[in-house]
Design a protein around this ligand. Structure first.
Ligand code: FAD
Length: 359
């Protein structure tokens, strides 16, 4: 009976790269565990990446613990589909027990552990690891009059390709990597205006994900007192090929935000009105943790107070992969392994202590 209550030592919510990395170390530790994922297929958020999406780094600098991502034949940076293949194979290689599609709706205290309510029954677990990423919680900043605007609006979470924007007047909002990459692509077929809060900060051409990871590692060691602090971050936008090409075309200029929407477009800060067909929001995400509301640990920004990856106010609860607040570089393929290993070490000690307390 799929609706029966099932008991495990550790329940991992989410089986994207972060959940799989945690699963790898749980398997090595010999603990009983299950991963639940709401999507019908493996690959986490990568399944929703846009068609042209490529990694910032080569395959061997984009790998989870234990097994390197295979190098693409042309030795170039891996594509979206290569990452999905890798995660699919990784899950099978380590026989990680993923149940899908199972959507977690609520996590509550129950005895010494947790009751995890899903659309396929309730699980009991001593320890819970959240690894749900942020893809399902796209964030759009509050611009006045947005509900009036009759044109199209799309968040980068749902963008696939530029073709639907051909010939249109498009605002691309957001100065990070998604904004730069989608601007580069859409500006080939549409009249684009790039709206960013400040002048975008482009990284030097030779900085890729490897350099950024090295820098994150230096920050990590500096924080633990093992090394001096590295130089401050150089910028935000990685100059991938498509963004370099857009720079050559002169398509990377940007303007500061508009004041409000009208039904047909926007009004700029100087009062000038402009007609717009579509707005592409590249304005980021919030952690996908609504199911923690009942534990009372969610902050207004959607995060949870953590010590390392442990939820400070909730013994037995961990969060892996969301961003710097759950560990340096933890929202990357290469960085999440470190957070996952530290988390499983803590879980092992936590479970051993509970057994001792009970006995
Ligand atoms: P996800 O991949 O989102 O996986 C979480 C899983 O949990 C999903 O399958 C989701 O369906 C499931 N889930 C969510 N809520 C529930 C629930 N309530 N119940 C059950 N299941 C649930 N990183 C790199 O290392 N290199 C790069 O080059 C790179 N490029 C990027 C480019 C873009 C455009 C973006 C957006 C990100 C990029 N990243 C890159 C960052 C990072 O690797 C991804 O954000 C990554 O997908 C995060 O993995 P995750 O496992 O934490 O979350």
């Amino acid at each position: 009976d799929s609706l029966a209550s099932t008991a495990v030592d550790v329940l991992v919510i989410g089986a994207g790269q972060s959940g799989l990395a945690v699963g790898y170390y749980l398997r090595r530790a010999g603990l009983s565990f299950t991963l639940l994922d709401e999507q019908p297929r493996p690959g986490g958020a990568w399944q929703h990446g846009w068609n042209s999406l490529q990694l910032f780094s080569p395959a061997d600098a984009s790998s989870l613990p234990g097994w390197l991502m295979p190098r693409p034949p042309d030795n170039h940076f891996p594509t979206r589909d290569a990452v999905i293949d890798y995660l699919t194979q990784y899950e099978a290689r380590y026989a990680l027990p993923v149940q899908r599609p199972v959507r977690v709706q609520d996590v509550r205290r129950s005895g010494p552990g947790f009751a995890v309510q899903t659309d396929a029954g309730t699980w009991q677990a001593q320890a819970v690891v959240c690894a749900t990423g942020s893809w399902s919680q796209p964030y759009i900043p509050p611009y006045p009059g947005r509900e009036l605007f009759a044109g199209a609006q799309l968040h980068s979470a749902h963008y696939r390709e530029a073709a639907p924007f051909a010939g249109q007047r498009v605002l691309v909002v957001g100065g990070g990597n998604s904004g730069a990459q989608l601007l580069a692509e859409v500006s080939q077929v549409a009249h684009t205006t790039w709206v960013t809060e400040q002048e975008p900060r482009f990284l030097p051409d030779d900085v890729d994900g490897r350099v950024l990871f090295t820098q994150a590692t230096q920050h990590y060691h500096a924080q633990t007192g093992a090394a001096p602090a590295p130089p401050p971050t150089l910028g935000d936008v990685v100059m991938v090929d498509s963004v370099k090409e857009a720079r050559q075309r002169g398509a990377l200029s940007s303007v500061r935000p508009f004041a409000r929407f009208t039904d047909t477009g926007v009004v700029w800060a100087d009062g000038r009105e402009e007609a717009v067909d579509a707005v592409l929001w590249c304005t980021g995400f919030r952690p996908a943790l609504p199911f923690l509301a009942g534990l009372g640990v969610l902050q207004p920004d959607g995060r949870v107070a953590t010590t390392g990856t442990h939820a400070t106010a909730a013994p037995g609860l961990w969060l892996v992969g969301y961003g710097q607040w759950t560990g340096f570089a933890s929202a990357t393929l290469i960085g999440v392994g470190r957070s996952a290993r530290a988390t499983v070490d803590e879980i092992r000690k936590f479970l051993a202590a509970s057994v001792e307390a009970a006995g």
